[in-house]
Design a protein around this ligand. Structure first.
Ligand code: ZN
Length: 549
């Protein structure tokens, strides 16, 4: 798993914000895969003139499972455009592009200095498949969040006010899926989509249900997740994603979450004003102002970059609308009683008013949210852009002149609908280390990740100091995973295996007797075949939960 060799990184400028270290020249020592205070080193890396970061942590990405395969099948043109990764003695083959295949995903993440990723949307029903693919995603450690906010068994229990039983069902499901956290996507809306409907009003009953509302689902799940003591709070994709005027739903959702913790996914897609597509505008100022006052919340940006990609989400009704708007290919999957999925290949264009606003809003939120510990760098890969484009975003955040050059390419109409031209803030290297590593590690509840203190996993990214930040962050000089040098001079040196990080929340065994007949009645899969065996997880590490009542 990890090297029993020892190593010293010397002379580098260390950015370790979790330990209050901001660009100090100091040594980082590694023994048995962990950071130690000092060591007789077998190997020394001279990092003079370089910058040393804790390994990157992606809090929200989509890299494994049926939906990604579905998306790949729909974009053969993307595969033709991209140079394939050929097999070498240390590396397996595959394709890159908008949705890189499993092995290549591991290589590309490590190639950016990322060492931990959170697969953000796993249907429990297909968790076994997702874990098989995560096993084939090398180098990075993996967590995953299972989809719960449209699970019909859970929604029935919430509607009936049976929250105690719902807590046991949720805990059973988390362990059945060998998951780490709970994701809520368009609460109620994906269940309604089975009947061609959506759940747009937070306080109106979900179509198909007599009384349960999205607001009740959101509050119930946030409370249940906190009650189970999961290290990561409810991971929420709010209702009305992508729609003009949806910022008011987002503000209402933040108010509902008072008293609980929550992570709001890809906030960019939830910060729009206007009444329709012609009047759409940025409302990032109002969203950021409200968010700034709510210390119980974290978020990730979900930045959009111009170019080709493919959108993949459990939010089926939204994907159908996107298909109607674009006339592009569209795919839809229903996942029995649990969730759904839509896929639409997409191109974000500079001259398109809506796309220009989306591009600006992602950056605006990152610049307007004042605490970098609560907002993280993501593109909601592959939805806003592929994750391997993160260095372009880092450059935009660190350099307002580069932002201005890009702003000049937008239409005058778009410029009137955004606030980005007025924002002068430039991120520091320490703030980049927070939004790419220290912050997401803390939000995920991973105490051994996102820092370089004694006892941390020796996941380290070392970059050549370079004023061209896009270049600097695209090609780390060295990357260490669990103390092993996996990338050196831009080349993969060793493709180590990653760990599967999961939780085992407590539940009453009686819940089996409650669920078994429901499965027999409503599921295609038998109850006994449903849970994923622990043996399928590569190097499982079970994180503790501290339940509260
Ligand atoms: Zn997502």
């Amino acid at each position: 798993m990890h090297g029993n060799s020892t190593l010293r990184i010397t002379g580098g400028k260390v950015y370790d914000p979790a330990n209050g270290i901001d660009g100090e020249i100091r040594d980082v020592c590694v023994c048995d895969g962990r950071i130690v205070s000092g060591v007789e080193a077998d190997r020394t890396i001279d990092a003079t003139g370089m910058v040393v970061f804790p390994g990157g942590v992606d809090v929200h990405t989509h890299v494994a499972g049926a939906a990604l395969n579905f998306a790949r099948a729909m974009i053969p043109e993307d595969h033709r455009r991209n140079v394939p990764f050929v097999r070498t003695p240390v590396r397996r083959g595959g394709i890159g592009g908008a949705t890189p295949t499993t092995y290549v995903t591991g290589y590309l993440y490590a190639g950016l200095g990322y060492t931990t990723v959170n697969e953000a949307a796993v249907p429990i029903l297909s968790a076994r498949h997702t874990h098989e693919e995560l096993r084939d995603t090398p180098i990075v450690d993996k967590t995953c969040c299972v989809l719960m906010a449209n699970n019909e068994i859970l929604l029935d229990l919430i509607e009936q006010g049976e929250l105690e039983r719902a807590r046991h069902v949720m805990a059973w499901n988390i362990w059945a899926a060998k998951a780490y956290g709970v994701k809520a996507v368009n609460p109620g809306g994906v269940a309604a989509w089975k009947w061609g409907k959506d759940a747009k009003g937070l306080f109106e009953p979900v179509p198909g249900y007599s009384k349960v509302t999205p607001a009740q689902i959101i509050s119930a799940i946030a409370g249940l997740v906190d009650g189970l003591g999961l290290p990561h709070p409810m991971h929420l994709h709010c209702n009305n994603l992508g729609a003009p005027g949806n910022f008011s739903t987002t503000l209402e959702t933040m108010k509902l979450l008072e008293g609980n913790r929550a992570h709001l996914a890809h906030l960019q897609y939830h910060a729009y004003g206007g009444d329709d597509w012609t009047t759409m505008c940025s409302e990032s100022v109002k969203v950021a102002e409200e968010f700034n006052t709510r210390g119980n919340l974290t978020t990730d940006a979900g930045v959009v970059l111009f170019g080709d990609t493919v959108t993949v989400t459990a939010d089926g009704p939204w994907q159908h609308l996107l298909y109607e708007l674009t006339g592009r290919k569209w795919g839809n999957l229903d996942v029995e009683n649990e969730t759904g999925c839509g896929v639409v290949p997409y191109v974000y264009k500079e001259k398109n008013l809506v796309n220009a606003i989306q591009w600006a809003v992602g950056l605006e939120l990152l610049l307007l949210i004042n605490d970098p510990w609560r907002v993280y760098l993501t593109t909601d890969h592959p939805n806003g852009a592929a994750f391997w484009r993160y260095p372009e975003i880092i450059q935009l955040l660190m350099n307002r002149d580069v932002r201005r050059e890009q702003l000049e390419k937008l239409t005058p109409k778009a410029l009137k609908r955004i606030v980005l031209p007025e924002l002068d803030r430039e991120y520091t290297l320490s703030e980049i280390a927070i939004i790419t590593s220290a912050g997401p590690a803390r939000a995920l509840g991973l105490p051994q990740k996102g820092h370089l203190g004694v006892g941390a996993d020796a996941d380290v990214a070392i970059f050549n100091e370079n004023p061209d930040r896009a270049q600097m962050f695209a090609y780390p000089r060295y990357v260490l995973k669990g103390g092993e040098v996996v990338i050196e001079e831009g080349e993969i040196r060793k493709a180590v295996e990653g760990k599967g990080l999961l939780v085992r929340p407590a539940y009453d065994e009686e819940v089996n007797e409650f669920l078994r007949p429901l499965f027999q009645q409503y599921y295609t899969m038998s109850f006994d075949n449903y849970p994923v065996e622990l043996e399928r997880i590569e190097h499982p590490e079970i994180r503790p939960c501290q339940p509260s009542h």
